[in-house]
Ligand binder design. Structure first.
Ligand code: COA
Length: 386
């Protein structure tokens, strides 16, 4: 295995983009990433996408990607791991370069979710849960996370305000991100009083339905130093783990074992402890998810993710900033693109590329955690500026 760096990133403005086809959505970020790296092609492309067939009737993104980005005959492969598809695509691209079989490889991600109505989106997303034991009995994704939230509240005394504070924090961060879908600040009362989706998760506890894409370019470290004039951002850790797809089969409903294990792999590979990391982008698909993720990563003690959030530990100016981009909650969650967009944020923070109002003071080492389903898969990466 050889050292690998990120040398180019690109992302479009996320939102409800009815006038853009999925092919153009993907190509926009791909072309931006190529431009950022100062190159005009790559040797291979991995595309994270959960379910373009159900959302847009379009499969075969491994061909659509290179074709509409104008880089044929580059081989393209679609990677699917539900909402962790983007993180898994990045890991595949990383492995490809690390193995020495290619020098420059792209990881992209896309999902165009608003071409179907709310019921269609709920159906498509629920295909990431266990159909026979969960979905056929009426569960939806907000319902699964609501069960985890109720368990966490009963077991640890996590409060409604602590859950809502995740959304308040992430919307405050996303307010300064010009590419975010929902750039508005919200208060605790607004979150708690917004329409109920699945008790206790209200509308403002949920990530939205989003059209969006993101792309990053990976390169062997030696070559990266020749190509880029920007700060070289090295991939120092990569981890991937799974858990039972069915929530009922877990030892603990409100603990994300796959996240703990993926993080352990990535940290061991990097030779680091969680306290060595400066900031993280994590999978806050619902407010409770961020609380469980920071516990599984060791940013907060198990059961103390709620108080840590309330005390400002994970705020942008806190001890361990989490989701400076606005996270899935404010930036949006086009499922296949989310994991790649986390790498875009890590890279830009580490390079110091961002506007003053959202550039972190200390951003040399960042961690990205991307999760599939209700935690059945988890991918963690650690990036460091060199
Ligand atoms: N946060 C903030 N505002 C939101 C929002 C969100 N998550 N979702 C929708 N809105 C806003 C819309 O802009 C719209 O505002 P407007 O009336 O001012 O135009 C309003 O709320 C209603 O939007 P609508 O699209 O009708 O909402 P919906 O009821 O169809 O969907 C959810 C809301 C929460 C059910 C949907 O966003 C959802 O399912 N989210 C979870 C996605 C998910 O499970 N992802 C996978 C996770 S692993």
């Amino acid at each position: 295995m050889r050292d690998v760096a990120v040398i180019g990133v690109g992302m479009n403005r996320w939102g409800e983009l009815w006038n853009v086809a999925i092919r153009d959505l993907l190509a926009e970020s791909v072309l931006k990433a190529l431009d950022d790296a100062g190159i005009d092609s790559v040797e291979a492309m991995y595309i994270g996408c959960m379910t373009s067939g159900l959302f847009t009737d379009q499969e075969h993104l491994g061909a659509i990607g290179p074709d509409y980005s104008g880089i044929c005959p580059v081989p393209g492969t679609r990677v699917e791991s539900a909402c962790a598809s983007g993180g898994a695509a990045f890991r595949a691209a990383y492995m490809h370069v690390a193995s020495g079989t290619a020098d420059i490889v792209m990881a992209a991600g896309v999902e165009k979710m608003t071409d179907v109505d709310g019921g269609g989106a709920t159906f498509a997303l629920a295909t990431a849960a266990d159909q026979e034991y969960e979905v056929y009995n009426g569960i939806t994704f907000p319902g699964l996370y609501a069960m985890m939230a109720n368990h966490h509240m009963n077991k640890y005394g996590t409060t409604r305000d602590q859950l809502a504070q995740v959304s308040v924090k992430n919307h405050a961060n996303g307010y300064n991100n010009e590419l975010a879908q929902f750039r508005m600040k919200v208060t605790l009362d607004q979150v708690k009083n917004s329409v109920m989706v699945a008790d206790p998760m209200t509308l403002l506890d949920c990530s939205p339905i989003t059209d969006g894409s993101a792309a990053v370019i990976l390169c062997s470290l030696d070559k990266a130093k020749e190509i880029t004039r920007k700060r070289v951002v090295k991939v120092v850790g990569s981890g991937h783990a799974s858990d039972t797809i069915q929530l009922a089969q877990r030892d603990d409903l409100s603990y994300l074992k796959s996240t703990e294990l993926a993080a352990k792999q990535a940290l061991d590979m990097a030779g680091k402890k969680i306290t060595d990391i400066d900031f993280a982008e994590v999978h806050d698909c619902f407010s409770i998810a961020e609380i469980m993720v920071i516990e599984a990563l060791g940013i907060a003690k198990v059961g103390k993710g709620g108080p840590a959030t309330m005390d400002g530990v994970t705020a942008i100016d806190g001890m361990f900033p989490v989701n400076p981009s606005g996270g899935l909650k404010s930036k949006g969650h086009p499922v296949g693109a989310t994991g790649v967009a986390q790498i875009v944020e890590l890279t830009e923070q580490i390079r110091g590329d961002l506007d003053k109002n959202r550039q972190l003071k200390k951003a040399n080492i960042g961690l990205a955690q991307n999760m599939g389903g209700s935690g059945a898969s988890s991918v963690v990466h650690i990036l460091e500026g060199v």
